[in-house]
Ligand binder design. Structure first.
Ligand code: NAG
Ligand code: NAG
Ligand code: NAG
Ligand code: NAG
Ligand code: NAG
Ligand code: NAG
Ligand code: NAG
Ligand code: NAG
Ligand code: NAG
Ligand code: NAG
Ligand code: NAG
Ligand code: NAG
Length: 713
């Protein structure tokens, strides 16, 4: 997940000494030379297309290309290190060598009995497991089989490697958290840990260790004097992780992230004082941060994201002056963020979002000159937006959204600002939008939704990717400079007092725009009656509520990937056009949300596609029966057909919809019984049902009328 080099002073010294083959001229041992050639010949090379798989590998040539029969000194070959006296091969680094093929259990490479370091990382040995022969290399101190597509059980022979100092079987897993490569069984684990008593570095990211129970963690104590680095990301570990591992006297790095079933607590005393890197994100670690965390004076990176911590952050925490990357996001921390935060002079990234921090946000950020990323969103913070944040020249991402901040957005920003993203959504900010928001060249994403901002909008001279100013008291003209933005992908300008005419065909400039919201602008006239083709072909979310349309916007017929459509509160007359039915049935496979309520629609109800969650058709004049095709839409969460002219029976299948939480059929001419039994897992929401939606930092609040579940319809 990250690279972290440790000062294995003695170990690297050893490698260094062996890396100067030119000082003495000892030719390589012919046996070793022939073994190397046989190994080379047993493998193929990846094609150049295949070899792009590992972006971390910069080299495009295989090290083995320099290995040729007849070139006398194999000690000069790429990736080969020899003992300067004996000429025996003691080190082999074939990482990133584009090797492809199977590693056979008895591969000749295991005849290199003097080998002390072996690195085969970033090659393609698909279909191989860790070869049993590895146990023959009893002199190995360094073994790196990371990211080389090896699968299967780790053989128990591994425990013969009693001299190991560094072992890595790690795999990057990127998107798929259930991606496991190799498997460790408890017996092999125990034998290895108890035999390899010099292990300093152990990296088993994405190795399946789910069968290694709590009791087997204990063996790590036997490495107490040696262990420096332990990385067990995404290993399926479960149970209670012993906190004494965090007390190992030499531990500098501990990564247990992405093990959601692993619980544990931070130690109250005796921390591993050299600790520099601690990542417990996405585990079930819980409790409070103890005062003693202040002892970790070298701590550089701390991630406790999405765990189950709570309580106050102790004062001593703000003494961790070496912190560069800090995330406490998605926990239940509370209390104030003290001005002591200004002690953390080296902070580059600070993420405290989704907690319950309260109080005034102190204006003390001037000295955090390395700060690039700051998110405090979704807390309970009050006070003003600290102007010191805008003096910072490295800050590129600032998110203070979903708090209770008041006052103005600072009017001054550093000339050298690199601010790229500013999000202040859902606060109580007032005043006007400062001038720099319209001019700062680095600014690409501006989210100021749901505040009390006033004034007019200037024309923009910068070029935004996302501009979201909905739910403010903005007035004056719709800024046409928006149409000059080259890369606009999200535009949210609903519920404003902006006026003027929006010529919809101008949106044809934005082939990548996926989110557009121009709802509820009573002074804005949206002119959509154009024949222009190919308007917003990538659109996924469209909100055009209360926009005075009399018919369905025709450009919808060309959209391929619509997910959310809101055309409520317009003046749309007549039947739903056939092309719309067609799109629903055959094209919009991912549609989740359709709101056509409060129009003047007539005729039959549309057939809701399978997978839809929100279907809102109330306050129209739909007639006819509720067809049994509705029964296919079993993922419905909200179904509102109230205030129409529907007749016939209430479909009984509604009782089987397990996610249904709002059902409103009132004011129709329906008859029959309400389903006697609603699915047991179904949980009806309270009468006022709120949908909180945050595709790009926007809240939609849909308040429904009363939920009539027990009365006759
Ligand atoms: C290297 O070349 C010699 C003589 O040409 C030959 O006998 C030997 O088998 C070759 N070794 C390998 C590993 O190809
Ligand atoms: C490895 O073992 C296989 C069968 O298990 C055998 O066919 C092959 O010749 C052996 N290779 C070497 C290099 O010993
Ligand atoms: C421990 O390592 C030694 C040396 O390689 C080996 O002889 C012994 O069998 C190993 N013990 C276990 C339990 O694997
Ligand atoms: C394993 O080798 C790869 C490629 O050289 C390197 O990036 C990685 O840091 C190595 N792992 C260890 C634990 O040394
Ligand atoms: C493991 O550590 C415990 C406690 O220090 C010790 O009693 C035991 O002998 C050690 N086991 C081995 C196999 O080294
Ligand atoms: C902390 O370490 C000291 C000295 O090694 C020891 O006496 C004490 O029991 C330890 N405390 C805890 C809670 O482990
Ligand atoms: C922070 O560190 C200073 C200097 O080392 C020390 O005097 C102070 O007591 C520490 N504060 C806390 C709260 O641990
Ligand atoms: C630390 O934060 C900086 C700034 O956001 C970032 O560039 C860097 O990748 C982070 N480092 C790690 C290890 O997450
Ligand atoms: C957040 O903290 C405030 C003040 O301490 C408290 O009243 C409130 O209940 C907390 N909210 C949550 C969700 O924990
Ligand atoms: C903003 O900057 C100008 C010019 O640098 C300065 O005169 C003014 O006092 C600053 N305003 C605030 C509120 O800092
Ligand atoms: C329902 O239909 C009847 C007659 O077809 C009509 O008079 C009435 O206005 C309709 N109700 C609504 C709410 O449109
Ligand atoms: C509702 O639709 C019916 C039949 O389509 C029509 O007769 C009636 O006038 C409509 N009601 C309103 C209020 O538009």
């Amino acid at each position: 997940m990250r690279l972290f080099l440790l000062p294995y002073f003695t170990f690297y010294l050893f490698l260094l000494l062996n890396h100067f083959p030119s000082y003495t001229h000892s030719l390589c041992n012919p046996h070793d030379s022939s073994v190397l050639l046989q190994f080379k010949n047993s493998l193929a090379l990846e094609t150049s297309a295949e070899s792009t798989r590992w972006p971390r590998c910069s080299s495009f040539a295989s090290k083995t290309e320099s290995w040729k029969n007849g070139t006398d000194d194999c000690c000069q070959w790429d990736g080969v290190t020899c003992n300067i006296v004996s000429g025996r091969v003691i080190g082999l680094d074939l990482s990133c060598s584009h090797l492809k093929g199977k590693l056979s259990p008895n591969s000749t490479i295991f005849k290199l009995k003097q080998l002390q370091q072996l690195n085969l990382a970033f090659n393609d040995f698909s279909g191989s497991s860790v070869p049993v022969g590895i146990g023959d290399l009893v002199n190995l101190m360094y073994l790196n089989l990371s990211n080389c597509e090896i699968n299967g059980d780790i053989p128990s022979a591994i425990s013969q490697l009693s001299k190991l100092v560094s072992l890595s079987f790690s795999n990057d897993w990127l998107d798929d958290p259930s991606y496991w490569r190799m498997r460790f069984d408890p017996i092999t684990w125990k034998k290895l840990i108890l035999n390899a008593t010099n292990l300093r570095e152990l990296r088993l990211d994405s190795v399946d260790m789910s069968s290694i129970g709590e009791r087997s963690f204990t063996w790590l104590m036997n490495l107490s004097s040696s262990l420096v680095s332990l990385s067990l990301t995404n290993t399926g570990l479960q149970g209670n992780f012993p906190s004494y591992v965090l007390s190992l006297p030499n531990l500098q790095e501990l990564d247990l992230s992405f093990n959601p079933d692993l619980s544990g607590q931070l130690p109250n005393s005796n921390w591993s004082t050299p600790l520099r890197y601690l990542d417990l994100s996405l585990t079930s670690f819980s409790g409070e941060i103890p005062y003693s965390i202040g002892d970790l004076k070298y701590l550089n990176q701390l991630s406790l994201q999405a765990c189950r911590f709570h309580g106050l952050v102790p004062q001593s925490f703000w003494n961790l002056t070496q912190l560069t990357n800090l995330t406490l996001a998605n926990n239940k921390f509370s209390g104030e963020i003290p001005s002591l935060i200004s002690n953390l002079r080296h902070l580059a990234s600070c993420d405290l979002q989704y907690n319950n921090f309260t109080g005034h946000l102190p204006d003390v950020f001037d000295k955090l000159t390395d700060l690039k990323f700051l998110s405090l969103s979704n807390n309970n913070l009050g006070g003003q937006v600290p102007s010191s944040l805008f003096h910072l020249t490295e800050l590129s991402f600032l998110d203070l959204s979903y708090n209770k901040l008041v006052g103005f957005i600072p009017t001054n920003i550093s000339q050298h600002s690199k601010l790229n993203t500013l999000s202040l959504d859902d606060n109580m900010l007032s005043g006007t939008i400062p001038h720099w928001c319209f001019t700062l060249p680095s600014l690409k994403e501006l989210y100021l939704n749901a505040n009390q901002l006033t004034g007019t909008l200037s024309e923009f001279s910068n070029s935004m990717k996302s501009l979201c100013l909905s739910n403010n008291k903005l007035q004056g003209n719709f800024p046409n400079s928006i149409f000059e933005f080259e890369n606009l992908i999200t535009l949210s300008l609903s519920s404003t007092n902006l006026s003027g005419i929006v010529e919809f065909h101008r949106f044809s400039k934005f082939p990548n725009m996926y989110f557009l919201d121009l709802s509820h602008n009573s002074f804005l006239s949206i002119n959509i009656n154009s024949s222009a083709d190919n308007i917003l072909p990538s659109l996924e979310t469209l909100f055009l509520s209360s926009s005075n349309f009399r018919s369905f916007p025709k450009f919808l017929a060309q959209l391929q990937s619509l997910k959310i459509l809101d055309l409520s509160n317009n003046n749309i007359h007549g039947k739903i056009p056939n092309w719309f039915h067609e799109k629903l049935l055959h094209s919009w496979k991912d549609i989740q949300h359709i709101d056509l309520s409060s129009n003047k629609l007539q005729g039959e109800l549309p057939i809701p596609p399978y997978g839809i969650q929100y279907l809102l058709l109330s306050n129209n004049n739909f007639t006819g029966d509720i067809s049994s095709t509705l029964c296919n839409a079993s993922s419905l969460t909200i179904l509102n057909l109230a205030n129409n002219n529907l007749t016939g029976m209430i479909p009984q299948c509604l009782g089987t919809f397990s996610s249904l939480s709002v059902l409103d059929l009132q004011m129709n001419h329906l008859y029959g019984s309400i389903p006697m039994f609603f699915s047991e897992v179904n949980a009806f929401a309270s009468c006022d049902y709120k949908v909180k939606w945050k595709p790009i930092g926007r809240t939609i609040t849909t308040v429904f009328g009363q939920l009539h579940k027990t009365r006759s319809f």
